[in-house]
Write a protein that binds this ligand. Structure first.
Ligand code: WTA
Length: 678
């Protein structure tokens, strides 16, 4: 019996194979103003000049003490950058800009309701608010250098302010995406060991003022059950002075930040002088097992890398108005709304709501009003806006010089709409491929130096040297048309340092497979495995096909199939659960869920609903499957392994292939009938 056939369904397997597209060149106007037009940058950042090339990025920052060692590999593959250097991220993103830019907007906060005024927060105001919040966190919440604090905040200006206040004190923040459930927040509180939770009473999404405080109550209760006591919940108010949630305020535990801040008016807090390798934040992401992992990012290396790539790939100048429509609860927002752009004195837009509220013209009205000239979003948003408002961009008078797509592969057709309609044929596009773990971009074109190719991310950015291996560890050469596992040959300053509290998992998951010698202290022996499948064309442009592991990319957000399956198993009646990715017109991928029931239970709409509800409460709405299929049994190999490949094929209406080696081949027809009928 061929166990070899037990291939799990992965995104890469259902990837579409697009045609190689023709180059499109950036305009001379764009090139004339670009930050990086010097082709020798690739020589400067070649492997021969590694690791010292990254001094160029570190020198964009202000250091209290300069480092003595660029890269310390003594604890490989936990690499340390800029050792000996002392630095503070909050100082670099705020204080140092005051001299030149104190009167310039650092953040434009755009509330979702259109009748509420946009808030323009200057660097001076940001400085005052970050300092006052830092004083509160230190003196009221008792937080100090090295402590972890969990933030569960939506997209309002309070989120970057809170992050920068933490960074000022050397407190490690762990921001949980606002759309995640209280339970998901609790898991992250427990794993990070946070005794303070920072949240908000309510926020707008899709026209509704959502009660967010109730999630904090759930989170604190669930965390306590798991042994982590939260003694303070700091609650920002969406409307200062007014409580917009229904859930009661718990005396002695819940405090309104807006009230407390009055006691810190005018406070100034000296920034902590952090070691470059001290952690700045944790960002949890889905992995191959059920438990989300806390990617630990450094202070000096991370900030240098996000500053450098914001300048050269995003082409941000202090005079630009830059809008990244991602959520700060994901890595894109950390690196390319907050830390990277603010480190180089950008004016960064923070938009509270959804792109199509109240109509699909909204993003373009915001762009027009603020005169946004750099725009950054994900294919899922582009697909949605293209579908519901294909002609909307033309109605508004805005001009982008530069646009980014990030988070998932973008179909050439969608790319072209983005280029011609949203960008009005004027904007240079970068398709940036990277990950939570990598801190910043891995592959992209430098916008003024290389042409765009729809559907391809581009070559490695300066200092990133990709390599593709097949399953046996042989190098797959560019231009052969063969796909393989894309890895990065060298470390870089933006890379995460470890998984919080689990170094073994870090080594196992990212380095073990292609490690040349596990005892080696030489970085050359430790290629980083990304977990994506890719094809590299002869010109070195990388086309990402999708995940090779059991992670599904839904609307550009990573979800672990195991996480969804364990949420389904919380329902008493459920015996087994299997999640497979299914192609979706807007979201790219969507999870499809199969469950079988314990003996004695009958399939019913009620159980289906219970399963759906469990997923929403365990993880959040984003993890909702397309459908819950209650099947009489799972297709299994004779050794009892669920054949997700077969389920994946059925969900995607693809041929299911050879099923004769299954223990129960007859079940496939039954499931097929069920899925095609619906
Ligand atoms: C996918 C988001 C194709 C990829 C920054 C990666 C992409 C995962 C692209 C990381 C892109 C990200 N083209 N695929 N431009 N960008 N991906 O951690 O599969 O949320 O491994 O980081 O998204 O998702 P994450």
């Amino acid at each position: 019996m061929a166990e070899k056939e037990v291939v799990e369904t992965s995104e890469a397997q259902i990837a579409v194979h697009w045609q190689e597209e023709k180059y499109i060149y950036p305009s001379t106007e764009f090139i004339a103003q670009a930050n990086m037009t010097d082709k020798t940058i690739f020589d400067r950042f070649s492997l021969d000049n590694f690791p010292n090339c990254f001094k160029e990025y570190a020198d964009m920052l202000t250091w209290y003490e300069y480092w003595h060692t660029t890269l310390d590999t003594s604890d490989a593959p936990c690499f340390k950058w800029f050792v000996g250097g002392k630095i503070n991220a909050s100082y670099n993103c705020v204080d140092r800009h005051l001299k030149e830019y104190k009167n310039k907007a650092a953040i434009h906060f755009v509330p979702e309701p259109e009748n509420e005024k946009i808030e323009h927060i200057t660097y001076q105001e940001l400085y005052a608010r970050v300092n006052e919040m830092a004083a509160l966190l230190r003196d009221f919440a008792g937080l100090k250098r090295g402590d972890r604090v969990t933030l569960h905040l939506p997209m309002t200006a309070e989120l970057p302010i809170t992050m920068l206040a933490c960074a000022r004190l050397g407190v490690i923040h762990s921001q949980v995406f606002g759309g995640f459930s209280g339970k998901a927040c609790a898991d992250r509180i427990v794993d990070s060991g946070s005794r303070v939770l920072i949240t908000i009473d309510a926020y707008y999404r899709g026209g509704a003022l959502l009660d967010h405080k109730e999630k904090a109550d759930e989170a604190v209760a669930a965390a306590e059950k798991d042994g982590q006591k939260v003694d303070k919940v700091l609650v920002w108010q969406r409307y200062p002075g007014k409580y917009s949630a229904k859930t009661p305020v718990k005396d002695g535990r819940d405090y309104f930040v807006n009230d407390l801040l009055k006691g810190y008016y005018g406070a100034r807090v000296e920034p902590e002088r952090m070691d470059a390798a001290d952690p700045l934040f944790l960002m949890y992401t889905s992995g191959t097992t059920g438990k989300p992992k806390g990617c630990q990012h450094s202070t000096g290396g991370y900030l240098a890398y996000t500053a450098g790539t914001s300048k050269y790939v995003q082409d941000i100048h202090p005079t630009d108005v830059y809008w990244c429509m991602a959520d700060i609860g994901w890595i894109t927002g950390h690196s390319y709304i907050v830390y990277g752009p603010l480190a180089i004195a950008a004016s960064s837009v923070v938009y509270e709501g959804i792109p199509n509220y109240p109509d699909p013209g909204r993003p373009w009205r915001i762009a027009q009003e603020l005169d946004v000239n750099i725009f950054h979003t994900a294919p899922t948003a582009i697909r949605a806006l293209r579908k519901i408002g294909p002609d909307e961009p033309k109605k508004y008078n805005y001009h982008f010089k530069h646009m980014t797509t990030v988070g998932e592969p973008i179909e050439p057709e969608v790319w072209k709409w983005y280029y011609e309609v949203v960008g009005k044929g004027e904007a240079a596009i970068v398709d940036t491929w990277w990950q939570t773990e990598t801190g910043g971009f891995l592959c992209s074109t430098l916008p003024a130096l290389a042409p765009m190719k729809p559907g391809s991310a581009g070559p490695g950015v300066p200092g990133i040297h990709p390599i593709v291996y097949d399953d046996e560890g042989n190098v797959v050469e560019p231009g052969t048309g063969k796909a393989g596992n894309i890895c990065i040959q060298n470390p870089w300053p933006g890379a995460f340092q470890t998984i919080w509290g689990d170094r073994d998992r870090y080594v196992r998951q990212y380095y073990e497979r292609y490690c040349k010698n596990p005892d080696s202290k030489d970085w050359r022996d430790w290629p980083y495995m990304t977990g994506d499948a890719a094809v590299v064309a002869a010109d070195g442009y990388v086309r990402i096909l999708g995940r090779i592991d059991d992670v599904i990319n839904v609307s550009g957000h990573r979800l672990g199939t195991k996480e969804i399956e364990s949420a389904a198993l919380v329902v008493e009646e459920v015996a087994e659960a299997a999640v497979v990715p299914v192609a979706h017109e807007i979201k790219g991928r969507e999870p499809d869920l199969y469950v079988s029931l314990k003996p004695g239970y009958q399939a019913s709409a009620e159980i289906e609903k219970k399963v759906m509800d469990a997923i929403v409460s365990e993880i959040g709405k984003i993890a909702k499957p397309r459908h819950v299929w209650i099947v009489p049994d799972m297709p299994k190999t004779r050794s009892g392994k669920i054949m997700r490949r077969v389920l994946g094929a059925l969900s995607n209406k693809q041929p299911e292939g050879d099923v004769t080696t299954l223990a129960n081949p007859e079940i496939v027809e039954q499931i097929k009938e069920m899925v095609t009928k619906a």
